[in-house]
Design a protein around this ligand. Structure first.
Ligand SMILES: [Mg+2]
Length: 249
């Protein structure tokens, strides 16, 4: 008897998506979002010093980097692209202003919104897991070239469930949602994140975007875009599951 590969069995019921390098070009994050936040962070710390979110983030910075001025520590973290909660929170506050003022529009990969719409219409649960804060995630999907698509998602997970390279974070997501691990397909460009998700029992596929020059994984299924990843897992193009409608997403 030959065992089928996981991607050839029952299609996933949940698709959990990374953002940077998966649905949004890395270049947009690094060339547009990060510089925008860097430009406005210091002013935000003073202008909104009484904002409870700013107060909490500054307190967290003090715990993580005692004796260092918050603005200085934030600059260090930005230089390192550190995935730390207070930085992500404050960046999210900066971007909130930028999106609302029309200075920022999320330039999602072209296949993303059509695929997400098709999956949503087919009853597949969609969720986000990104190191960007939940508010920042909602801004990205709230201000896309195709308009506000946040309603397509059932849940948004960020570093509050833990780091994306830790299997425990994916277990926390399963515990919070009640999803069965084998029902969930996690899509990300980063192999270490796929390792962690697979360790927790999720199905995984790497999105290796040519534009981002992602190095293809040697350990996990790889697809060049969302549409082809979905096809690989029975969610499009084979006349079953989601059906032909997804073939063109
Ligand atoms: Mg990524």
């Amino acid at each position: 008897m030959t065992l089928q590969a996981p991607e050839q069995t029952v299609p996933p019921r949940v698709v959990l998506l990374d953002i940077e390098g998966t649905t949004l070009p890395v270049s947009f994050v690094h060339n547009v979002l990060f510089p925008y936040a860097r430009k406005h962070l210091t002013a935000l710390l003073t202008e909104r010093a009484d904002d409870p979110a700013v107060v909490r983030a500054v307190a967290q910075i003090g715990e993580l980097a005692p004796g260092v001025a918050p603005a200085e520590q934030l600059a260090r973290w930005m230089d390192e692209d550190a995935k730390v909660e207070p930085l992500k929170t404050l960046q999210g506050l900066c971007w909130d202003v930028g999106y609302r003022q029309g200075e920022l529009v999320a330039d999602l990969y072209a296949d993303v919104v059509p695929c997400l719409r098709t999956l949503h219409e087919a009853g597949i649960v969609l969720a986000v897991y990104s190191s960007g804060s939940e508010p920042a995630q909602r801004l990205i999907y709230g201000y896309t070239e195709q308009g506000d698509v946040t309603a397509l998602f059932s849940a948004f997970f960020d570093l509050r469930v833990g780091g994306k390279k830790e299997a425990q974070s994916y277990r926390a997501i399963l515990a919070e949602t009640g999803w069965q691990a084998a029902d969930v397909l996690f899509l990300s460009d980063v192999e270490a994140e796929l390792d962690a998700a697979a360790t927790a029992g999720l199905r995984v596929c790497q999105i290796a975007r040519a534009q981002d020059a992602t190095v293809p994984s040697q350990r996990h299924p790889v697809a060049p875009d969302i549409a082809q990843a979905l096809a690989r897992f029975g969610l499009s193009g084979n006349g079953q599951g989601v059906g032909e409608r997804a073939a063109s997403c």
